[in-house]
Design a protein around this ligand. Structure first.
Ligand code: G6P
Length: 593
């Protein structure tokens, strides 16, 4: 993962880099560092979060108007100061930051060691800077390009050298990198939001491209041919304001409570875009919704909606498994679902499917992201920036896009879905009421979410809710939670029920899945289990506590229950004193395999 930033202009580089790095911490936060140029290269780095390190070593005080920075999520080499980026060559005249994995790093390292290079870290990245040093004879641009010819793996990297103090060279292969264009200054970042405070003009690099960036402009070229490429400048309409906490204790809380607004925005996404996706689904023999993490749970909701409303089988696929499990050909449609649009496995599944001749669509939140630019048809889900590592409002938006697409397809098939459509339009109001339960949820979390193991149980369209509820809890509390169907509970897991394991039951307002889940609750109570019910309309008999959302139909109930289990996880994590917005070992965007 990791986040990288660069700046060249008239401002002091280090405060700019420090601020922009803080916006990239969702990509990793175990160590960080900055290098600037002011006659010589100045480097400060350490372990910890950007803010912690700044307190220790005053990152923002480095001199110079050109610099690069990095926030790390360790892959090769432990979390140590030595392994933190930036990395210098032997001469101390070239410096590199890198996001990605150099897969042939050990061969390259052996080669470079034989040539006398001295390594200071255990990282794969350090081979890059020594390789560039080795290739340097006719300028830094050529040295970087020649070095990358020998490199296998993924990278977004930034390099500068004391020998050419007017430029930063950056290159990309399967890890995101975006240039931000200012007036007489240039920004570089792993995403657009990193420099949104300074400019809304951006140029994302595509695969195997590199750029020579100077303060008054840039040139993008092909790594393979060295030829200049024409790139379109994107105007970004996100405001920097949304990246602020607005007085909330955590971004996660702010983002959960924003859902009445974010779902309204997803309900407004162009109907033409939705209809086009519905047609693509209808035309395909096989449809895979490829995604990871929370986005995969949104995809699973899609599976239920397409089968129940349109009689169309679509398959939610763990994107890392498409190559192992999928049947992909010219009659296949792969829809990548990704908040960031940068998840390695999801992008890999889309690339694989394209090679096999499949059609590719995407549902994405981040403007200008790789998935958004790769797919033939893209739906921007319209959630706005999500900062907290734990995905909340982007989940409900992804789900709404899928539900709206299923409704469009159902209507094309002349099915009457008017009741669900009407209810969906009321969703912002229903959610407004639902989030008013927050104090009640806080109390229930204090009283019932006090053990270390949980089972989330749901049936039908609320099986994905159970999986997502359990994931939220795991991510930020570090307690163990499993989501499963009521049907599966009896096949093994019920044996775990005791005073150290509590159950969260997700129960719709009425229908078969309500009565069947109530039977599950009886089975749990018969074994002295503790059950918290998340339901709609009226409490569920037999539960020790109930959180009751406004009454809604089962089809839209996963959208109504989402803020409830999100808040339950949130307050439990707060009670435990966890770092809610930055849970240990996680990153918002997983850009490595
Ligand atoms: C990481 C994040 C999750 C996210 C998943 C997929 O694991 O921590 O919150 O759901 O990646 O991310 P994407 O950007 O593809 O939706």
């Amino acid at each position: 993962m990791c986040g990288i930033v660069g700046y060249i202009g008239d401002r002091d580089a280090s405060p700019v880099l420090y601020g922009n790095l803080k916006r990239l911490e969702y990509r990793g936060y175990d160590s960080c560092g900055i290098a600037t140029l002011d006659g010589k290269i100045h480097v400060k780095k350490d372990t910890g979060s950007v803010e912690e390190i700044n307190k220790k070593v005053d990152l923002a005080s480095l001199p110079g108007h050109l610099g690069i920075g990095h926030t790390r999520w360790a892959t090769h080499g432990g979390v140590t100061k030595k392994n933190a980026h930036p990395h210098l060559d032997c001469s101390g005249e070239i410096v590199v930051v890198h996001n990605g994995i150099i897969s042939n790093f050990s061969t390259l390292r052996d080669l470079l060691l034989k040539k006398g290079h001295k390594f200071k870290s255990e990282t794969d990245t350090e081979v890059l800077v020594h390789l560039i040093e080795e290739k340097y004879d006719d300028g830094i641009e050529k040295a970087v390009r020649d070095a990358l010819m020998d490199v296998a793996g993924t990278y977004a990297l930034l390099v500068f050298s004391t020998r050419e103090p007017d430029k930063i060279i950056c290159a990309r292969n399967e890890s995101p990198l975006v240039l931000g264009i200012g007036a007489g200054e240039m920004y570089i970042g792993s995403d657009i939001a990193s420099f949104l405070k300074y400019t809304k003009k951006a140029v994302p690099l595509d695969e195997k491209e590199y750029a020579v960036v100077k303060k008054d402009g840039y040139v993008v070229k092909s790594l393979a041919t060295g030829r200049k490429l024409k790139k379109e400048i994107m105007e970004i309409d996100w405001s920097d304001e949304v990246a602020k906490k607005d007085g909330y204790a955590h971004f996660m809380l702010k983002e959960i409570l924003e859902q009445p607004t974010s779902v309204a925005s997803s309900l407004n996404v162009y109907p033409e875009d939705i209809s086009k996706l519905a047609l693509m689904i209808d035309d395909a023999s096989r449809v895979y919704l490829c995604a990871a993490g929370t986005s995969l749970h949104a995809a699973m909701l899609g599976e239920y909606w397409f089968s129940s409303l349109c009689n169309k089988s679509v398959i939610a696929m763990d994107s890392s498994e498409l190559q192992n499990k999928g049947v992909v050909d010219g009659d296949t449609l792969v829809i990548g679902i990704s908040q960031s649009g940068e998840t390695y496995d999801t992008l890999a599944s889309m690339r694989y499917a394209k090679e096999k001749g499949a059609k590719i669509a995407a549902i994405v939140n981040v403007t200008g992201s790789t998935a958004a630019r790769f797919a033939e048809h893209v739906i921007m889900q319209g959630s706005g920036i999500e900062i907290s590592v734990c995905a909340t409002k982007t989940f409900t938006s992804q789900a709404i896009i899928l539900l709206r697409t299923a409704l469009a397809l159902a209507k094309k098939k002349k099915k009457d879905v008017s009741k669900i459509e009407k209810e969906l339009l009321k969703l912002p109001d229903i959610l407004e009421e639902t989030i008013k339960l927050k104090n009640e949820i806080k109390e229930i979390s204090k009283k019932y979410l006090t053990v270390e193991n949980y089972i989330y149980v749901g049936r039908g369209i609320n099986l994905p809710s159970a999986l997502e509820g359990a994931l939220k809890l795991k991510e930020i509390t570090y307690h163990h939670a499993e989501g499963m169907s009521g049907g599966m509970l009896k096949h093994g897991t019920i044996s775990l029920i005791d005073k150290d394991l509590n159950v969260i039951a997700i129960v719709p307002a009425s229908g078969e899945n309500r009565s069947k889940t109530m039977s599950n609750i009886q089975e749990i109570k018969a074994r002295d289990g503790v059950v918290v019910g998340i339901t709609s309309g009226k409490p569920v008999d037999g539960c020790d506590a109930n959180i009751v959302a406004p009454e809604c139909g089962e089809a839209i109930s996963p959208l109504v229950f989402a803020p409830i289990y999100q808040l339950l996880a949130y307050y439990t994590a707060v009670n435990l004193g966890r770092n809610v917005d930055r849970p240990r070992a996680l990153a918002k965007s997983v850009t490595v395999e």
